[in-house]
Design a protein around this ligand. Structure first.
Ligand SMILES: [Zn+2]
Length: 128
């Protein structure tokens, strides 16, 4: 494992690197084996629904550690082909962040706490 989950400054738990990553490197590969139907998603508790992502027409329940990747308006990774790719050089023990508004998270509406200069304050994305 090149990452660990621990308490985050941004929100709850976060994912942190245990080594340096070059720009363009795959930091995390998602486990997308937990598929859900729309009905199953509706039945989930609100806190679990935050871990559902919409990929290629399917609802996927994200697993650890990828489900703990926090949002940042100045994210250091970008989601591509079910991986989180380094957007820039990432130092060892930096928190990995991704821009949720670039991803298809169903019914997302949360306050942002990332603290970056370009923070949008709120992340809003409903059934894109
Ligand atoms: Zn922000």
């Amino acid at each position: 494992m090149d990452v660990i989950v621990k308490k985050s400054r941004i929100h709850g738990k976060g994912v942190f690197t245990t080594r340096d990553f070059e720009k363009g490197e795959i930091v995390l590969k998602w486990d997308t084996s937990s598929e859900l139907t729309k009905e199953q998603v509706k039945k989930l508790a609100k806190k679990d629904r935050d871990f559902v992502t919409y990929l290629n027409g399917k609802y996927i329940l994200m697993k650890s550690p990828e489900k703990y990747v926090n949002h940042s308006c100045e994210a250091n990774t970008t989601a591509k082909n079910q991986c989180d790719i380094a957007r820039r050089y990432i130092k060892k023990s930096e928190e990995i962040t991704s821009d949720y508004s670039e991803e298809s998270v169903p019914s997302l509406n949360m306050k942002c706490n990332c603290g970056s200069k370009s923070c949008r304050g709120v992340i809003n994305l409903i059934d894109k």
